[in-house]
Design a protein around this ligand. Structure first.
Ligand code: AP5
Length: 196
């Protein structure tokens, strides 16, 4: 089901801590894809003190989503910076139905599309444990305490979870068990991708 440009565009979906960023590192090498993590782009801007970073920080520190308008514009710029890419892994985007609609329209305008959305499934207890552990070493402001992590889960349940239905209606939704070793999970994901 590769599209006209023989690209493959994947959305990695899942709650905070589900392993999207970790798995994207392996998949981007294997399939020669450009990995775009909106969280990473925001953190890069925060670190460099840009206007975008200052704006995003106020939301990220609380575990709230950054407004759609800002995030959509940023994502489109990231795609446009990579005209030679064989395809993209979108990690942490879309996170709202408005973002998913914007992504579909934007890709369509470039003769591209989302080929599959793959969700990594894990329960909240496992995710909280992973995030608190990472917070200790990375210093990520939104991993520091359980209250912020729970707020990120609430944002996910309210605004991001409805995307499952959005992609199911397009027959593009797949899910894999996100608990196990990193290698085991990569294998589950590659099975889904190779069956597309
Ligand atoms: P973002 O950076 O996207 O954070 P997130 O969704 O909360 O995702 P994480 O990075 O926490 O988790 P992940 O699924 O990538 O897991 P990872 O591989 O890192 O977003 C941060 C914030 O930016 C948002 O809250 C929001 O404010 C803003 N934002 C971003 N995108 C936005 C958007 N589209 N719209 C609006 N706002 C947006 O793994 C987590 C940990 O677990 C790591 O330490 C890892 O080593 C470990 N781990 C991974 N896999 C395993 C495994 N199999 N076993 C054991 N440990 C594992």
């Amino acid at each position: 089901q590769l599209n006209q440009k023989h690209m493959i565009n994947l959305v990695l979906f899942g709650k905070p801590g589900a392993g999207k960023g970790t798995q994207a590192q392996f998949l981007k090498e294997k399939y020669n894809l450009k990995h775009i993590s909106t969280g990473d782009v925001f953190r890069y801007n925060i670190k460099n003190g840009t206007a975008l970073g200052t704006l995003a920080k106020s939301y990220i520190d609380k575990g709230d989503l950054v407004p759609d308008e800002v995030t959509i514009k940023m994502l489109e710029e990231e795609v446009d910076k990579n005209p030679e890419a064989d395809g993209f892994i979108f990690d942490g985007f879309p996170r709202t139905v408005a973002q998913a609609e914007a992504l579909d329209n934007f890709l369509e305008s470039k003769d591209m599309k989302v080929d599959a959305t793959i969700a990594l499934e894990a329960n909240d207890e496992v995710l909280i444990e992973r995030l608190l552990e990472r917070g200790k070493v990375s210093g990520r402001s939104d991993d520091q305490d359980v209250e912020k992590i729970r707020n990120r889960f609430d944002e996910y349940n309210l605004k991001t979870a409805p995307l499952k239905e959005y992609y199911e209606e397009q027959n593009k939704f797949h899910s894999v068990n996100g608990i196990g070793t990193i290698d085991e999970i990569t294998l589950r994901l590659t099975k889904v991708i190779e069956n597309l």
